[in-house]
Write a protein that binds this ligand. Structure first.
Ligand SMILES: Cc1cc2nc3c(=O)[nH]c(=O)nc-3n(C[C@H](O)[C@H](O)[C@H](O)COP(=O)(O)OP(=O)(O)OC[C@H]3O[C@@H](n4cnc5c(N)ncnc54)[C@H](O)[C@@H]3O)c2cc1C
Length: 614
C-alpha cells in the first residue's frame, strides 16, 4: 500500500475535499487539478529530494569563514520546488498563486517532508515568511519582499529566538532604534537600526538565492530609553541581507547582518542553522553599524503578527513529524518483508530444519509495524483534518467558520505535539525492526529519528505546548473549545455505536472523553495554576491519544464503507485501516488512564521535588 493511496483515501473518501471546489475561492479547481498538484509534488520529491537526503546529512553545511557551502543538490531541489509554484500555493491568483486550499497545499508538502525534510526547510520557511507579509505588510512590502519570495528569487527566515530567550520570548534583547530623523518616510516602511543576536535561525545563511529576507523580532525602546517589559514591547521587522530598492532591485549594499557561526545539529542537517549578529558593525551600512530593518505592522504588535500564521505553521511542523515517521514505517516494512530470521513456534517448539521465515511473520514485529502504522496514518489524518479546519475557517460560512476556528485553537497544540512525540516513537520502532542494522548509517532509519527529534523542541517545546493546552486552550471562553470538541467526538461515537465491529471502540472512546472532561475539571478544581499545570504534559499526552482515537474511529467508519462497497484500492487496504484502528484502541487508548491519574489528583510529585534532592 503506497503513501499516495492512503493520502488519497483520507482526502477523498474521508474528508471529501472535492466539496471545497463548490466554494467561490476554489471554483476553478477540481478533483483533477488537486490530483495534478499532488502528482507534481510527488514527482519532484522523488527526483530532486529523496535521492539526496543522505547526502544533505553527511555533507552538512560548512562555513569557511566567508561563505556557507551546501551540496549542489540542495540548491537544485530548492529551485525545483520554487519552479513548481508551491511557494505561493495558497495565495491569490493575482499575486501569482494557485489559490489552493490549505488541505491540498499541506498534502503536497507532505511528499517533500517524507523525501527530505531538511532540504525542504528553506522553501517552507520562505512560504511562511511571505504569507505573513501578505497578511501584515504594506502594499510595497508585499510587492517588493513577499512577491520575490513567492517567485523563489529570495528566500526567508523567522528570527525569534536568542541565546537567552527561547521559550520566553518576552525576554528578547534585540533593540530597534529609529534610523535618522526621516525614519518614518522610507517607502519600504518605518526604518530602524537593529542590534542584537539571534540564535538557532534556520536557513539564516546560504547562497541558494541572491538575497535572504529575515523577519526579526526586536524591541523599540520608549522615550526613557528602556523597552516595554513583556511581549507588548516586541515589534517585527524586515531585515534583508542585501538592501533593495522599491523595485526590488539589489542596491549593492550589504546589510549589517553577519553569520557568527553554524550550529552543528543532531539531525535536520541539510538546513543551515545559524547564530546571526545583527548590527555589530561587521558590515557597516550607510555610514554606520546597525542592521537596517523596516517595521511590519504597528510597534508592539510583533508577536501578534508573527503568530498570525501560527496554526498553519504548527500543523506544518506536525505534518513534518508525521512524514518522517511515515518514511521510517515504509523503510522498516520493506525490511521486515525481506529479512529472513527465526522460525515460528509450533506446538512442538521450533523446527530448526525448516527454513527461516521473514521477520514480518513474527507477531512482535507486526506489533511494531502496526504501532507505526497507527501513529503515522493517524497523525496524517490529524494534520489533514486540521488543515481542512483552516480552510473552513477561511472560506466557510458562519457558524461553521467560527466553529472551525474554535476547534483549531484546542487542536493546534495537539497537532504540533502529538506527532512530534509519537511519530518519533515510530522512528524508534523502525530502528528496532531493523535490529542491529537499524543502528548503523547504512540504513536510513537512524537519520529519520535524528531529523524528527527536533520537532518536540522547536515551534514551542513539548512542555510549553502542554501548558498552552491545559492552561489556556481548554479553559478559554468558559471551556467553549473543549465543549465543541466533545460535541464533535460524541457525534462520531453515536454513529460508530451503530456499526458492527466498531461499537466496542465507540464505548471506549466515550469513556475516554468522559475521563478527559472530568480530569480537566479536577486539575483546575483548586484554581491554582501551579497545581494544575505541574502535570500538563501527561494531560497533553492523554488528550492527544483521545483525539487520535476519535479520528481513527471516524477513519475506520470510512474504511468500513469502502470495504462494503468493494471500493478501490481494495479489500486489503481497508482491512489495514480497520486493523490499525483496532491496534490504537486496544494498545494505545488505555494508556490515558495512567496519564490522567496524575492530572486528576493534581499529583505533587514533580512540583514538590527539591533541586537539592536530585
Ligand atoms: C534545529 C533548530 C531550529 C530552530 N529554528 C529556529 C528558527 O528558525 N527561528 C527561531 O526563532 N528559532 C528557532 N529555533 C529555536 C527554538 O524555537 C527554541 O530552541 C525553542 O523555542 C526552545 O528554546 P530554548 O532552546 O532556549 O530552550 P528553553 O526555552 O531554555 O527550554 C529548555 C527546557 O525548559 C523547558 N521550559 C522552558 N521554560 C519553561 C517554563 N516556563 N515552564 C516549564 N518548562 C519550561 C522547555 O520546555 C525545555 O524543555 C530552532 C531550534 C532548533 C534546535
Amino acid at each position: 500500500m503506497t503513501f499516495r493511496s492512503t493520502l488519497d483515501f483520507l482526502l477523498d473518501d474521508w474528508l471529501g475535499v472535492e466539496s471545497l471546489t463548490r466554494r467561490a475561492r476554489f471554483a476553478e479547481h477540481s478533483r483533477e487539478t488537486f490530483a495534478q498538484v499532488l502528482d507534481t509534488c510527488e514527482r519532484i520529491a522523488r527526483e530532486k529530494f529523496a535521492p539526496f537526503n543522505r547526502l544533505a546529512d553527511t555533507q552538512e553545511p560548512h562555513f569557511d569563514g566567508e561563505r556557507v557551502h551546501l551540496p549542489q543538490a540542495t540548491h537544485e531541489a530548492a529551485l525545483a520546488y520554487a519552479e513548481s509554484g508551491m511557494l505561493a500555493a495558497a495565495q491569490d491568483y493575482d499575486v501569482g498563486g494557485m489559490q489552493l486550499p490549505c488541505t491540498i497545499e499541506m498534502a503536497g508538502n507532505a511528499f517533500f517532508s517524507k523525501a527530505s525534510v531538511a532540504m525542504g526547510g528553506y522553501a517552507m520557511l520562505t512560504s511562511g515568511n511571505a504569507s505573513l507579509l501578505m497578511a501584515h505588510g504594506t502594499p510595497l512590502q508585499k510587492t517588493v519582499f513577499a512577491a520575490n519570495e513567492f517567485a523563489g528569487r529570495w528566500f526567508g527566515t523567522m528570527c525569534l529566538s536568542e541565546p537567552q530567550a527561547g521559550s520566553s520570548l518576552s525576554d528578547v534583547a534585540t533593540r530597534a532604534t529609529p534610523d535618522g530623523a526621516d525614519f518614518e518616510s522610507d517607502p519600504l516602511g518605518p526604518r530602524y537600526r537593529l542590534k542584537g543576536n539571534k540564535m538557532w535561525i534556520s536557513a539564516g545563511e546560504h547562497e541558494i538565492t541572491e538575497n535572504i529576507v529575515h523577519l526579526v523580532l526586536a524591541k523599540i525602546p520608549g522615550p526613557d530609553g528602556k523597552p516595554l517589559p513583556g511581549v507588548k514591547g516586541i515589534s517585527l521587522f524586515i531585515v534583508p541581507k542585501q538592501l533593495v530598492d522599491t523595485e526590488g532591485r539589489l542596491t549593492g549594499e550589504r546589510n549589517d547582518v553577519a553569520l557568527a557561526g553554524l550550529n552543528h545539529k543532531l539531525g535536520y542537517r541539510g538546513t543551515t542553522n545559524t547564530l546571526l549578529n545583527f548590527g555589530e558593525g561587521r558590515f557597516p551600512v550607510r555610514g554606520g553599524a546597525g542592521a537596517i530593518g523596516y517595521l511590519v505592522g504597528k510597534p508592539g504588535e510583533g508577536l501578534r503578527c508573527m503568530f498570525h500564521m501560527m496554526n498553519e505553521a504548527r500543523i506544518g511542523v506536525g505534518l513534518g513529524a508525521v512524514m518522517l515517521g511515515y518514511a521510517g514505517y515504509e523503510a522498516s516494512l520493506d525490511y521486515a518483508r525481506n529479512r529472513p530470521q527465526g522460525r515460528p513456534v509450533g506446538p512442538g517448539g521450533k523446527n530448526a530444519a525448516q527454513p527461516q521465515v521473514r521477520i514480518v511473520e513474527h507477531a512482535d514485529v507486526r506489533r511494531m509495524l502496526l504501532a507505526q502504522k497507527a501513529y503515522v496514518e493517524g497523525g496524517l489524518a490529524l494534520e489533514l483534518y486540521c488543515a481542512r479546519l483552516v480552510d473552513e475557517q477561511h472560506s466557510g460560512e458562519q457558524p461553521a467558520a467560527a466553529e472551525a476556528g474554535l476547534l483549531l485553537e484546542v487542536l493546534t497544540p495537539i497537532a504540533k505535539s502529538w506527532p512530534s512525540e509519537w511519530c518519533l516513537e515510530a522512528n524508534s520502532l523502525a530502528i528496532q525492526v531493523h535490529g542491529g542494522y537499524g543502528y548503523t548509517r547504512d540504513f536510513p532509519v537512524e537519520q529519520y529519528w535524528r531529523d524528527n527529534r527536533l520537532n518536540m523542541i522547536h515551534e514551542g517545546t513539548h512542555g510549553i505546548q502542554a501548558m498552552d493546552l491545559l492552561g489556556r486552550k481548554v479553559v478559554m471562553d468558559g471551556g467553549a473549545g473543549l465543549k465543541l470538541l466533545a460535541t464533535r467526538i460524541s457525534e462520531t461515537i453515536q454513529q460508530a455505536g451503530q456499526v458492527p465491529g466498531l461499537a466496542e471502540h465507540a464505548t471506549a472512546l466515550a469513556r475516554a472523553l468522559e475521563r478527559v472532561g472530568s480530569s480537566t475539571k479536577a486539575a483546575w478544581a483548586t484554581g491554582v495554576p501551579e497545581e494544575a499545570l505541574a502535570n500538563a504534559t501527561p494531560y497533553l499526552q492523554a488528550s492527544g491519544h483521545m483525539v487520535l482515537a476519535w479520528l481513527w474511529l471516524d477513519v475506520a467508519m470510512a474504511a468500513g464503507r469502502g470495504l462494503q462497497a468493494g471500493a478501490a484500492p481494495g479489500e486489503d487496504f481497508h482491512r489495514g485501516k480497520l486493523a490499525a484502528a483496532r491496534y490504537f484502541f486496544h494498545f494505545e487508548l488505555p494508556k490515558i488512564d495512567a496519564w490522567l491519574g496524575v492530572v486528576a489528583s493534581r499529583d505533587a510529585t514533580c512540583r514538590e521535588m527539591q533541586d537539592a534532592w536530585f
